[in-house]
Design a protein around this ligand. Structure first.
Ligand SMILES: C[S@@+](CC[C@H](N)C(=O)[O-])C[C@H]1O[C@@H](n2cnc3c(N)ncnc32)[C@H](O)[C@@H]1O
Length: 431
């Protein structure tokens, strides 16, 4: 059943990646659904709207590396109280989309809503959906917050209520390959968005010298090999009555063929990583194996002793350790690998190295960049505004990005031969 109707979709994404997501969506629309079935919509903080047919919604789920979800807009109206929210949800023809046999979950988010209890408002949406289905079918769906068949999102502003049906299910950054994570892994869609912001293309070397569980590297390899990020997972739309299995199978078979071809080709990937922690490298290898990406080259190196992994310059990208979530390791003499091994006492490690501040690590990292990486473009994601000062480098750009609720900057440094802009110690920190 191929529906000619166009639907309004909203795709949330990490804040700061809206323009990157809009550009990605335009490409997905052009490549997989045909321009007539895809109309770009507004970019708003935290997401992008678009209008498209059902196939466009499925293609966005399968191919977007940057979106967190693909939400289908069901209703939108001004409200003043919980009763207005209930009435709006009760009027919707939920029975068109799912039956009372499906389990449901309601999530509600609000910005400047006048309502006193958002929990109560969430309950009212749930009551309305259940009441509607009981009226039309005689049965109420059950709630399952852990593994619902169907998710409904309500979004309240100061004046308006919007109801969405989720077509993704599990958030899209869950690609299905990353089971092994470190203490502070990066979400896959944030990593993919950052790669897009760097302007990196597959014909250029890519290097993450603090690769951890390998998120940047796996996302880059999948993009380089044209492997759809959702090819190995299931989606919420598969549980909906409007599920267009024929159109979905065509999209999925195309994506599976592309993956098979990519994995059969023996072309080298110029994608490299290193980390000081052998444990993290083991996790990264296990992740690459699961994702079918064994050709990514990684090795154990203290970032202060890093050297370019390729003859041609390329893009260096990393989210260095910062703050309480994870500490800089290897604060011993430069180049010497000092790490906490499995079972070793982390606290002891911390005390042993507490005399060498993080600023020494970042200064040495800056020296390595200046001395050995001329011609490269380096990008660091961090919530530490002082990073350029600590590296003694002047950034050529800084882009605000959110890693979950954490406000970060993506700093760019152009390491141009002989003209690396150095910043004196104590220079004003970047805003
Ligand atoms: C914030 S995590 C990076 C997470 C990674 N992007 C991921 O997705 O898993 C920082 C990484 O820096 C590594 N690290 C800490 N000190 C290091 C050093 N001196 N040299 C190289 N890597 C280091 C840690 O082992 C950790 O994996």
């Amino acid at each position: 059943m191929s529906s000619p109707a166009l639907f309004d979709f909203f795709l949330p994404c990490p804040r700061g990646l809206e323009a990157a997501l809009a550009a990605e969506l335009a490409e997905i629309g052009a490549r997989h659904t045909g321009a007539a079935q895809f109309e770009a919509g507004a970019q708003v903080p935290g997401g992008v709207h678009f209008r498209g047919n059902w196939k466009a919604g499925m293609a966005a789920n399968l191919h977007s590396r940057i979106a967190s979800r693909v939400l289908l807009k069901i209703a939108h109206r001004p409200y003043r109280n919980e009763q207005d929210v209930y009435a709006l949800a009760l009027e919707q023809r939920w029975e068109q989309w799912f039956s009372a046999n499906e389990t449901i979950r309601i999530d509600l988010t609000a910005i400047k809503s006048p309502l006193k209890s958002l929990e109560f408002a969430t309950l009212r949406v749930k009551d309305a959906v259940c009441d509607r289905l009981r009226e039309v079918s005689g049965a109420r769906p059950s709630v399952d917050t852990a593994q619902p068949d169907v998710r409904i999102f309500a979004f309240l502003t100061a004046t308006d209520c919007t109801l969405y049906l989720d077509t993704s299910g599990e958030p899209l950054f869950k690609r299905g390959w990353r089971l092994d994570k470190g203490a502070a892994p990066l979400r896959e869609n944030l990593a993919a968005g950052i790669l897009r912001l760097t302007g990196w293309t597959a014909d250029t070397p890519l290097y993450d010298p603090m690769c951890g569980s390998g998120t940047f590297l796996a996302e880059a390899a999948q993009a380089a090999l044209n492997i759809a990020p959702g090819v190995d997972r299931r989606f919420g739309f598969e549980k909906l009555k409007q599920y267009d299995i024929t159109a979905w199978q065509a999209l999925k078979v195309e994506a599976m063929d592309a993956k098979r071809k990519a994995l059969a080709s023996r072309a080298d990937l110029a994608i490299f990583g290193s980390d000081i922690s052998g444990d993290m490298l083991e996790k990264a290898r296990a992740n690459f194996e699961r994702a079918g990406l064994p050709r990514i080259q990684i090795k154990q190196v203290d970032a202060r002793a890093m050297t370019p992994p390729s003859a041609a310059p390329g893009v260096l990208v990393a989210n260095p350790p910062y703050g309480e979530r994870i500490e800089v390791r290897g604060r011993g003499p430069r180049g010497e690998i000092r790490e906490t091994r499995r079972g070793e006492n982390d606290e002891g490690f911390r005390r042993a190295h507490a005399d060498t501040p993080d600023s020494e690590f970042f200064q040495s990292l800056g020296d390595a960049l200046k001395q050995r990486f001329s011609g490269w473009r380096a990008f660091f994601l961090t919530s530490d505004r002082k990073l350029p000062g600590q590296l003694r480098l002047r950034e050529s750009a800084k882009t605000p990005l959110f890693n979950g609720a954490l406000e970060c900057r993506l700093f760019r440094f152009d390491l141009v031969t002989g003209s690396v802009k150095q910043r004196p110690a104590g220079d004003t920190p970047a805003a």
